[in-house]
Ligand binder design. Structure first.
Ligand code: ZN
Length: 488
């Protein structure tokens, strides 16, 4: 049994009368169980390996053992738990609590909800892991200020979910939100090839594309082009073709499994092969984001998963560039593409959100959002030419750090120097917003070469925008962001 990780401070549960839930993420390799309060506070969690190559019964027992262990550790009687939410990597029937299919594990056809609620005497609610990850991010993570969001989680495969008006959209047969299996390259034979003999012999026709088969059995699915597995296959094939790369060295000769962390290391070492593959993957994902936008137009698209977490500095600027170049018009809005904030916790918290709404406590997770009030609000006053930041008013240049703390600039030569950046930009920052008054000021803006090197090395995305837009980005962004404002 793995150790229970307790997150301080844990209340004295004997004197604590608020509702408690268990959120579980039953994955192909790990079972993660969390003890969670009504407001989404995680008190403790337990990580256990998923038994492999075994009867479904063994997996069910491992789930039960995890639940017992967590309850026993805190001396909690079973009836102290209001409900259990469980995320499954596959299709589930939420009403009956039956698992319909789990392609990568052995729970297909198991009435898991009924089994566990009979065993523990606690209501159990089941959902798909990508769906619940999106629900978790909408409740307490990167999409918490929105009511409509789509989550795309890039790992071994591509998991996803759709939240519309604060509730999961699972479709007529609970098959919705499978963005990993949207067809991004059609296997249909081209029209010229079909004309065959009708064309003069001199015309060369394209062959039927030879696509990899997806884990779902279809071809042309997004995850066969943009997932850790897809990147692994592409790198393996390139290595076989004789392309040089540091991957074999990083994997100590065995390239059968290339982890997301290894890809990140190779990127950091400027490995040309991995850089090309990452750029390709980022572009495919960017076009998938465009597809999502044209189909649903959510306020927020949350990007997460192991690959995204390890390599987001390389992915995000490419994805932003392509999605911002979208030529199909839409009304101006505050829609955005952001990184996941909850990481591994998104799924267990989404499972609890599902359990809460199943019990009709918190019908709609989007309605009991915790606003991030720790950062001051930016408001640009065009008439006076001043920026209000919380209760402060700036009529001269200033910068703002990640915590929202503001400092007057001392540089007066109109340039951004490395020394200045070093004072408030650290490893955690993913973007820097530079606010300027207009196009003319943007032209005049000089960032020294050393400052550019500093930002490039840290993988920080630079965005120069007019004051009003800069204020909006500072207010809306959920990524670690700093800003420099040229007021004078
Ligand atoms: Zn597929």
């Amino acid at each position: 049994m793995s150790e229970i990780k307790v997150i301080d401070p844990v209340p004295d549960f004997t004197k604590f009368d608020s509702r408690l839930y268990l959120g579980m993420d039953v994955g192909g390799t790990k079972i993660r169980t969390a003890l969670v309060g009504e407001d989404g506070t995680i008190y403790a969690f337990l990580k256990e390996k998923t038994p492999r190559d075994c009867e479904p019964e063994v997996t069910i027992q491992a789930i039960e053992t995890s639940i017992h262990a967590l309850l026993e550790y805190f001396l909690l009687p079973q009836n102290r738990i209001t409900a259990i939410g469980i995320a499954i990597p596959g299709v589930v029937e939420p009403q009956s609590g039956d698992v319909v299919v789990t392609p990568n594990m052995n729970l297909t056809g198991i009435p898991l909800g009924k089994r566990l609620s009979a065993h523990f005497g606690i209501p159990v609610f089941l959902g798909n892991d990508g769906n619940l990850g999106t629900l978790g991010e909408t409740w307490l993570g990167a999409a918490r200020s929105s009511r409509n969001s789509v989550g795309i989680f890039v790992g071994t495969g591509v998991g996803s979910g759709i939240v519309i008006d604060g509730k999961l959209w699972t479709g007529a047969g609970h098959g919705a939100g499978e963005i990993g299996h949207i067809v991004v390259q059609t296997p249909a034979m081209g029209w010229k090839a079909r004309l065959g003999n009708l064309l003069p012999e001199s015309v060369v026709t394209e062959k039927v594309p030879d696509f990899p088969v997806c884990g779902c059995g279809n071809v042309g699915c997004l995850e066969t082009f943009a997932s850790r597995t897809a990147m692994e296959h592409e790198i393996q094939e390139a290595l076989k073709l004789g392309v040089q790369s540091c991957i074999p060295e990083l994997c100590e000769g065995d390239v059968s499994l290339i982890k997301a962390g290894t890809l990140a290391k190779a990127l950091k070492a400027n490995d040309p092969l991995v850089t090309v593959i990452v750029h390709y993957t980022a572009e495919v994902l960017a076009y998938a984001c465009l597809t999502v936008r044209h189909l649903i137009d959510p306020e927020v698209i949350v990007l997460g998963g192991g690959v995204m977490e390890a390599c987001h500095r390389y992915f995000m600027p490419i994805i932003e560039k392509i999605t911002e170049a979208d030529r199909l018009p839409a009304a101006p809005s505050q829609r955005r593409i952001v990184l996941s904030q909850l990481g591994d916790d998104a799924v267990v918290l989404g499972a609890v959100a599902l359990a809460r709404s199943g019990m009709n406590y918190g019908e709609n997770p989007a309605e009991d959002v915790k606003p991030d009030s720790s950062r001051p609000k930016f408001v640009w006053n065009e008439t006076l030419g001043v920026m209000n930041v919380g209760s402060k008013v700036f009529d001269s240049d200033f910068f703002v750090d990640e915590q929202g703390e503001t400092f007057l600039r001392t540089e007066t030569d109109g340039k951004i120097h490395r020394s200045e950046l070093k004072s408030f930009v650290d490893e955690q920052i993913s973007q820097i917003i530079i606010g300027v008054k207009g196009a003319e000021e943007a032209q005049k803006l000089k960032v020294t070469e050393k400052a550019i090197d500093f930002l490039t090395l840290k993988g920080i995305f630079v965005r120069v925008c007019p004051m009003e837009e800069a204020a909006e980005v500072m207010n809306c962004t959920t990524q670690p962001t700093v800003g420099v404002f040229f007021i004078k």
